[in-house]
Design a protein around this ligand. Structure first.
Ligand code: FAD
Length: 276
């Protein structure tokens, strides 16, 4: 069976950044991704840049999926973005709550991604394919695994078509998450999110900020390469390629790569695991 791959970008801040991103998607294009997704700054901070990046990708004849977060959004602002995306020929959206801004947050019209999914379905019917986020190692704000699964199932029942997971390095966490949601009647594809490791220190900082798990053994193994960035990179490449291989062997229907707007590492992993 063909496995679906997709690549995630963040919207560049400058024209130069956009040109670099163009080279990135051109380098990844021949890996035949199903789509390229573009993140969205919660609160709407990247609204125009996300739209512009999506338009550029679509104009290049490729498929782009904007992320859309509902935290701080109004019904009106969402309606207008859905109209823009429909007009641009976008058929797929990644629907999220969004990262909570630090400090005081005025209560918005939406609190959870399930409400966003419900709203999009109400406004546009089945027009968009809606992907939602899943957390094989439990969302950091959740009281318990059971509660997290409960809320996740509600989000899917609101009208999601597929799931992209937070990144993780523990295959068993993914397998158990899929088993749990399947036993609750969720049968849509659950695509593992894959974070390649170009620089482990960056991944540590990133994981601390977003609450993703980094196993202790990984931290220790990377300590071994303290003064040898090349070996660390090679080890990271082996580790993530092996993770991808094992996920596909365990039945994952595809892979979604967090590219951080860089192509070489992701392309190398795809070649190594034979999905390209
Ligand atoms: P939700 O599904 O709303 O869940 C958030 C928390 O609320 C969970 O603990 C859940 O259990 C709980 N919850 C859900 N429903 C209820 C309810 N009814 N009552 C009580 N509790 C409830 N962030 C961005 O800002 N921009 C992006 O572009 C972006 N892209 C992402 C892409 C992927 C693939 C992933 C995995 C994450 C992305 N994020 C992005 C991060 C995401 O916004 C955060 O992880 C956020 O904290 C949760 O978003 P969610 O959509 O999973 O929220």
């Amino acid at each position: 069976m063909t496995k679906q791959i997709s690549f995630e970008f963040f919207p560049p801040q400058t024209l130069e950044g956009m040109e670099k991103l163009r080279k990135t998607w051109e380098a990844l294009e021949n890996l035949n991704p199903t789509y390229f997704s573009v993140t969205f700054g919660a609160g709407g901070s990247t609204r125009d840049r996300t739209l512009e990046t999506v338009l550029q990708i679509q104009r290049a004849g490729l498929s782009a999926a904007p992320h859309l977060s509902c935290i701080g959004a109004t019904r009106e602002s969402l309606r207008s973005m859905l109209k823009d995306y429909k007009g641009a020929g976008v058929s797929r959206i990644v629907a999220l709550r969004g990262d909570l801004p630090s400090g005081f947050v005025a209560p918005g019209e939406f609190r959870h991604a399930s409400e966003l999914v419900q709203f999009i379905r109400h406004e546009t019917g089945d027009f968009f394919h809606l992907a939602v986020a899943g957390y094989p190692e439990v969302h950091p704000e959740s009281r318990s695994n059971r509660d997290d699964i409960e809320k996740f199932v509600r989000k899917v029942e609101a009208g999601a078509d597929s799931v992209i997971t937070q990144y993780f390095y523990n295959v068993d966490a993914y397998i158990q998450f899929v088993d749990q949601v399947r036993s609750r009647g969720v049968h849509i594809p659950v695509i593992p999110g894959i974070m390649p490791i170009a620089n482990f220190e960056k991944i540590v900082r990133f994981s601390d900020a977003c609450g993703a798990e980094l196993p202790r053994w990984m931290r220790k193994r990377f300590d071994d390469f303290e003064n040898d960035a090349e070996s660390a990179k090679e080890y990271g490449l082996d580790l993530v390629s092996d993770l991808c291989r094992r996920l596909l062997e365990s039945g994952a229907p595809g892979l979604h790569f967090y590219t951080l707007n860089q192509s070489p590492l992701v392309a190398e992993i795809c070649h190594r695991i034979g999905v390209a």
